[in-house]
Design a protein around this ligand. Structure first.
Ligand code: BJ8
Length: 424
């Protein structure tokens, strides 16, 4: 048995089912990613992180735990990574992006639940995710109804702490959320048996801000026309940012940006079309959900920006580094996270403004609005986004999809029709 298999077996992974999963991923990655032309050479790091998705990074988690650290799994961009890092933990994003074990999932969930939730449960039930099995604690949140109820089920299988997220952003909601941030810190301290000190939290704030700044730098470079990086490659970087070591990731994203800046100076473009430029807006796309980006970029367009949690929503806002006492830092963290403009909030005009702002800043020709099937918050909010874009004179294509491949032909036809219209 090789080292990885022994590690997976020790984590309680179902090796046979896991073999099946690992057989599917490399050809898919080859097809979607490695077949792209004109990729930046610095994408090699991210390709390798993906190739080692259940290898090197999982070993780092295992070694971290052996050294007395903890691993904490998350499912949402509202969960403050700073607290986990300050407690000496590693945060890993666990949202699933592929359909797994549908029969077993069907014993717990009805068919009409969003694929992200079904997938996240499927990876746990099928015992094919070494990240799940490395976690000492999972942190859920009361965002959409499906997730809320999913965390109840998950709590029967693994320790779960749920953060109560308000649905509005008034003064009472701000206070409530600040209390939730404090409660998570307490839960983490109980888990590790250690108090989080001021210096540790200040350091963690810097680490996560540094990661965000690197991702923001990459986002800024995507304004260039012709594009210096494909939307697919940028998506991969954003997806990996949820589970890679944050310090190393920031270094690697900055190295990628150095290369992209040289491309801007020399006029060298990525091997994707310069126009139409598209903003993708809506539900997140967890690994290995690359379906829509693949369709867009093989239909003669480029994804110039992503108004998604696997995009700018994850790193747009920084935590204020001014406060130097623990309470002040926790206030700053709570404030930063509550700025996030997920569709679960009401009212949520700031998201509409943000979509318009991105469409303008990235000089896009069209917006593709992506909702996962049965996602009420994003599907209903699509109406307001579309109306605002219409007033701004920008076309929006609303697409609802899942993790299957059965609708690829139909999606491609609709996407191509949009591009024909915008270039006409
Ligand atoms: S902050 S987008 S990561 S909740 S797609 S599970 S909303 S039914 S993932 Fe999300 Fe946090 Fe919001 Fe971002 Fe529900 Fe919709 Fe499914 Fe969703």
């Amino acid at each position: 048995m090789d080292d990885n298999r022994r590690m997976w077996a020790d984590l309680g992974i179902d090796l046979e089912a896991h073999d099946g999963l690992l057989e599917v991923l490399p050809p898919l990655f080859q097809d979607v990613y490695l077949s792209q032309k004109g990729r930046p050479s610095r994408m090699a790091y991210f390709d390798n992180v993906f190739a080692e998705i259940h290898g090197l990074r999982v070993r780092e988690l295992v070694n971290h735990r052996k050294a007395g650290g903890v691993v904490v799994g998350t499912f949402c961009t509202y969960v403050p990574e700073e607290l986990i890092i300050a407690a000496g933990g590693i945060a890993v994003g666990l949202c699933g992006g592929a359909e797994i074990a549908p029969e077993e999932v069907g014993r717990y969930l009805p068919q009409n639940i969003c694929p992200l939730i079904r997938s996240s449960l499927g990876f746990k039930l099928a015992k094919v995710c070494p990240y799940y099995e490395s976690c000492d604690l999972l942190v859920g949140e009361t965002t959409c109804d499906g997730k809320k109820k999913f965390f109840e089920i998950l709590g029967e299988l693994q320790p779960v702490h749920v953060m109560e997220l308000p649905q509005r952003k008034g003064p009472r909601d701000v206070d409530m959320w600040r209390g939730e941030v404090g409660d998570l810190l307490t839960r983490l301290e109980e888990l590790t048996g250690r108090k989080v000190e001021r210096q540790a939290l200040a350091g963690a704030v810097k680490v996560v801000n540094t990661k965000r700044k690197a991702l923001l730098r990459l986002a800024e470079l995507r304004k260039s026309d012709p594009p210096v990086i494909s939307g697919l490659d940028a998506l991969l970087v954003n997806q990996i940012a949820f589970y890679d070591d944050p310090r190393r990731l920031a270094v690697k994203v900055n190295e990628l940006c150095d290369e992209l800046e040289k491309r801007v100076d020399s006029g060298k473009s990525a091997g994707v079309s310069a126009r139409p430029r598209v903003l993708v807006s809506g539900c997140p796309m967890a690994i290995p959900n690359w379906k829509l980006y693949g369709i867009i970029e093989t239909s003669g367009a480029v994804v110039a920006m992503d108004e998604l949690c696997t995009g700018i929503r994850y790193f747009r806002n920084l935590v204020d580094e001014e406060p130097d006492d623990l309470d002040g830092m926790l206030d700053a963290i709570a404030t930063r996270y509550l700025k996030t403009d997920c569709a679960v909030f009401t009212p949520n005009e700031e998201r509409v403004r943000n979509v318009l702002g991105l469409a303008k800043d990235y000089d896009v020709d069209a917006v593709i609005y992506h909702t996962l099937q049965f996602c009420d918050p994003y599907s209903v909010e699509g109406f307001k986004v579309e109306r605002a874009l219409e007033e701004a004179g920008l076309p929006m294509l609303y697409l609802e999809t899942d993790y299957g491949t059965g609708d690829v032909g139909q999606l491609k036809t609709r996407v191509e029709a949009l591009f024909e219209m915008v270039v006409a």
